[in-house]
Design a protein around this ligand. Structure first.
Ligand SMILES: C[S@@+](CC[C@H](N)C(=O)[O-])C[C@H]1O[C@@H](n2cnc3c(N)ncnc32)[C@H](O)[C@@H]1O
Length: 276
């Protein structure tokens, strides 16, 4: 198979020290806030329970897969990421007897053995061409292997009272995704795209909504929202500066009626035939 190079994405560029630090904090906090809800899905998934060899593609700083590997210790985990800086952190802080990290991209990873299940959490949205993700996954899976995609359900995101500038920032990211042809703007169609190939079936498609009740001053949720703004600002992904968004979120966090919800979608795809 011809090797395909991963796409460059300024948002995920961790070559600068400041960017690595921000991503490290963001990924750690994101894991802490959402992990209990995700464990709840995994505990109820027979497919997850049955899988023994797991490949985590785009593992970042390793924080998420490290928690998962401790919670489900009877599996063997390989975790890869394109970013050498984040993999270094993962290797230092999270390596364990059943968890092995490698600096590799999905497109350039050629392991000795195939996997039962591939996990891609908050990664597919950054890539372009979902069909190519599917063919790479098929290459790395055993026949009948599974691909678990975890992404936000953007339709379920909601802040009260409304945060106009913050919401606009999220809309701008989606518009930019459409221009750059990354998958973020087509997250709700991933299942359909997969089944249209006739090589994949949807084994599970579940949604959970995570509610947060404010006020959020000095809360972890406020820290997370600030980190989202910081990584966007650092990467200059959006053309306008985001100081006014920071100010809006800070004021919103003090509102006694502040409420926020985030949707998480779990799409479990099954490769029907394996390699031909
Ligand atoms: C938002 S982070 C998610 C990290 C982790 N999965 C988590 O949930 O905490 C996306 C990660 O995907 C990695 N990535 C992007 N494209 C990749 C590719 N083609 N192959 C491997 N990793 C990739 C980035 O380097 C980044 O660390």
């Amino acid at each position: 198979m011809v090797q395909i190079e991963p796409i460059e994405n300024s948002l995920l560029d961790t070559s600068e020290k400041n960017a690595v630090e921000k991503w490290h904090s963001l990924l750690t906090l994101q894991t802490e806030l959402f992990l209990p809800h995700e464990i709840c899905f995994l505990l109820q998934s027979q497919i997850w329970q049955d899988a023994i060899s797991i490949l985590d593609v785009g593992c970042g700083n390793g924080s998420y897969i490290s928690h998962i590997s401790k919670f489900f210790p009877d599996k063997f985990y390989t975790a890869i990421d394109h970013s050498s800086e984040l993999i270094l952190i993962a290797q230092k802080e999270c390596a364990a007897h059943n968890l092995h990290f490698e600096q590799k991209a999905l497109e350039t990873f050629y392991p000795e053995k195939e996997f039962d299940l591939i996990l891609m959490r908050l990664v597919v949205q950054h890539l372009n061409d979902f069909s190519s993700v599917l063919s790479q996954a098929k290459r790395l899976l055993k026949p009948g292997g599974k691909l678990l995609i975890i992404e936000p359900d953007l339709n379920k995101y909601h802040n009260q009272p409304a945060t106009r500038l913050f919401d606009q920032m999220l809309n701008d990211i989606e518009l930019q995704s459409a221009q750059k042809n990354t998958n973020r703007h087509r997250l709700s169609s991933l299942g359909m795209i997969a089944t249209e190939t006739r090589e994949w079936a949807i084994a599970q498609d579940e949604l959970t909504t995570v509610p947060f009740v404010g006020p959020f001053e000095r809360s972890k949720l406020l820290d997370l929202y600030h980190l989202w703004i910081d990584v966007l600002d650092l990467s200059e992904t959006l053309s306008s500066p985001l100081n006014n968004v920071r100010e809006e979120i800070k004021n919103w966090s003090r509102e006694p009626s502040a409420y926020s919800q985030v949707g998480i979608r779990f799409l479990m795809l099954e490769n029907k035939y394996g390699k031909h």
